[in-house]
Write a protein of this length. Structure first.
Length: 636
């Protein structure tokens, strides 16, 4: 009966106190054998302890199996694997805290990566030197280490930062076991309590067993992560290759389109318009003086101005595209010579411009440079032919007529009709550019150009030499960015008058330079008394008529005395009061006459050159037109 009682308690899993109660009842029964009862009692307790140990082992094995299953199911997400390991470790040991550190072999440190049960964030980024604290000792020795009271354990070397983190989490009892994979310690797994107390051997064994599983899981996750990263890198490389292939195809298509246009006889405008279909936005080509040569249709005036301004900024001249003031500028080069620049103002923000767009722009610039070079070579050849013709005409051989007229007709130049000869001058270093500019100007105006005696000479269809001279001086000065002086003569009506007009225009240009009027334009008539010294087509009577004609005609038509008043004004030292005395009129009358003269002659009394010309004209007029008394004396 007693044996059955203890067996029933074993089967029911009764607590130890139930065994004591059963023993006490059995000993109180009559005839009880005390020795047998005690023997049965101790045997039953021994069996009960063995059942408990076995049950604990089964629970541990089941927990480890569950953990292993969970770790296997975890993907390549390393952080998720580490969190799962630490969470399960806390559950297995039923401790307050669990955390994990990974080793940094290069720096001889182990750093906390994940912690479960923490109440602060002080543990983050804590690095534990090898040999210091629990983690450092385990990482260095590759053996488990446990302390019932961390801050009072004399076996440990302490670090201020590590201790600060431990105090923040109120850690006292700490157990650390190594994470070992293929003979190398890769980290440390910890269990910690906020109260003092030793960890039993089975806890050390359990955490060590779990650490072995965890090390394998960490290594597997890292391998999967490396493979995933390698796969993603391969995908990115493949995507980049596909993008590069598309970009190359786009570049080739654009280049082929440009070359087809060139082979079909297309010019610069067609090539740039084609580039716009690939790039969008607005494009323009400027010459080496930053003057616009052409631009895409529909380009707003303000955007064209901004593009020209961007082209004027200093550039490296390497042929590579440069970002300047929101535009992309590519220098057009041929050898060491600059032929201008291709400017692109994209519709999209600059940061959206791709390297493909820039390369496409640079390819277009190469084709544009070739076209510019070809066009200039043809223009230079034509300019040489036109220059030879003008040289022959200016030398006087043009009087023979027939052969030179035929050459002129072939070049599109009409030698018959009013022509103006213009002699232009710029600083010596600018003469090549001046020659190019005048050649282009002559071609566009159906004229001729050449270079003689350090001057660029033009013969242009024009019936107004003075107006044409001012226009040419202003245009060339703007294009070259330096003052261009122009002497003009004409018009002449046939090629036979060109040599004389050239001599007159050359004399005017040289006179302007001697008078320090660089950048001005003038004919002999416009040079005033200086023109009289130069001679030529202007006569003394013509000079007098130009200076005094409006006043003389006013006197003749209205029977006034403006000319006499003007002579008296200068004769009295430009004094209205003394003039009034000599003329026997009121001073106000003199003032009114002088105002009328000023309006008729468009005169500025403060201009010394103008008043000098006027006084000279008055003196010459007295010689050419004798007074009435002289006429009467001559008749007697």
């Amino acid at each position: 009966m007693t044996r059955h009682t203890f067996l029933r308690l074993l089967v029911e899993g009764a607590p130890a106190v139930a065994y004591e109660d059963a023993l006490r009842v059995a000993l109180a029964a009559p005839g009880a054998n005390r020795g047998e009862l005690l023997s049965e009692y101790h045997l039953a307790l021994l069996l009960r302890d063995r059942f408990d140990v076995q049950q604990a082992r089964h629970e541990t094995q089941r927990a480890l199996l569950t953990c292993a299953t969970e770790l296997v199911e975890v993907t390549s997400d390393v952080d998720r694997v580490l969190t799962s390991i630490v969470t399960r470790a806390q559950q297995l040991l039923n401790c307050d805290l669990a955390y994990l550190s990974l080793n940094d072999a290069e720096r001889s440190e182990t750093y906390v990566r994940v912690m479960v049960g923490a109440t602060t964030g002080d543990w983050k980024d804590v690095r534990i030197p090898f040999g210091v604290g629990i983690g450092g000792k385990v990482a260095e020795t590759a053996a488990p280490f446990a302390t019932p009271d961390y801050f009072h354990d004399e076996r440990l070397d302490h670090d201020a930062a590590v201790d600060r983190s431990a105090r923040a989490e109120r850690q006292v009892a700490i157990l650390g076991v190594p994470l070992v994979h293929r003979g190398h310690v890769i980290g440390v797994l910890y269990a910690s309590n906020r109260t003092a107390g030793a960890f039993p051997p089975e806890s050390v064994l359990l955490l060590s067993s779990f650490a072995a599983l965890a090390a394998v899981a960490i290594e597997r996750a890292q391998l999967l992560d490396d493979k995933e990263q390698a796969l993603q890198a391969a995908r990115r490389a493949n995507a980049a290759l596909e993008e590069r292939t598309r970009a190359t195809a786009r570049e080739v298509a654009a280049h082929d389109r440009s070359m087809d246009l060139v082979l079909q006889g297309g010019g610069l405008q067609e090539v740039v318009d084609a580039a716009r279909t690939f790039l969008g936005g607005c494009l323009a080509v400027v010459d080496e003086l930053n003057a616009p040569v052409m631009w895409t249709d529909g380009t707003p005036e303000d955007r064209l101005h901004a593009m020209i301004t961007a082209a004027r900024r200093p550039r490296t001249g390497t042929g590579r595209s440069e970002h300047v003031d929101g535009c992309w500028v590519t220098v057009l080069t041929a050898g060491s010579s600059s032929l201008g620049a291709l400017v692109w103002d994209p519709e999209t923000p600059t940061e959206d411009t791709t390297a493909v767009d820039v390369r496409l722009l640079e390819r277009t610039a190469v084709v544009a440079a070739l076209l510019q070079l070809f066009t200039r070579s043809l223009a230079a050849a034509e300019a040489r032919v036109r220059g030879d013709l003008l040289d022959d005409l200016l030398s006087g051989t043009g009087r023979a007529g027939t052969a030179l007229d035929e050459r002129a007709q072939r070049l599109g130049y009409q030698p018959h009709g009013p022509h103006t000869v213009l002699v232009t001058h710029a600083p010596a270093r600018q003469l090549p550019l001046l020659s190019t500019a005048t050649a282009e100007m002559a071609a566009s105006r159906k004229g001729l150009s050449t270079v003689r005696d350090g001057f660029a000479v033009l013969a242009l269809p024009s019936s107004d030499a003075a107006l044409t001279g001012r226009q040419i001086a202003g245009s060339l000065s703007l294009r070259l960015g330096t003052p261009v002086t122009v002497g003009a003569a004409g018009p002449v009506t046939d090629s036979g008058g060109l040599p004389g007009a050239y001599g007159e225009a050359l004399a005017c240009a040289r006179a302007l330079l001697r008078l320090e009027r660089a950048g001005d334009s003038a004919t002999v008539r416009e040079l005033g008394y200086t023109g009289l010294l130069l001679g030529g087509a202007a006569t003394v009577s013509g000079f007098v008529d130009r200076m005094l004609g409006p006043v003389v005609r006013h006197d003749e038509q209205r029977d006034t005395e403006l000319l006499t008043t003007l002579e008296t004004y200068f004769a009295t030292g430009r004094s209205p009061a003394r003039s009034a005395d000599h003329l026997h009129v009121h001073p106000n009358t003199v003032t009114q006459r002088l105002d009328r003269i000023k309006r008729l002659l468009d005169l500025d009394w403060s201009d010394p050159d103008k008043t000098l010309d006027l006084q000279l004209a008055l003196r010459l007029n007295r010689v050419l037109r004798p007074h009435s008394a002289d006429r009467e004396y001559g008749q007697q």
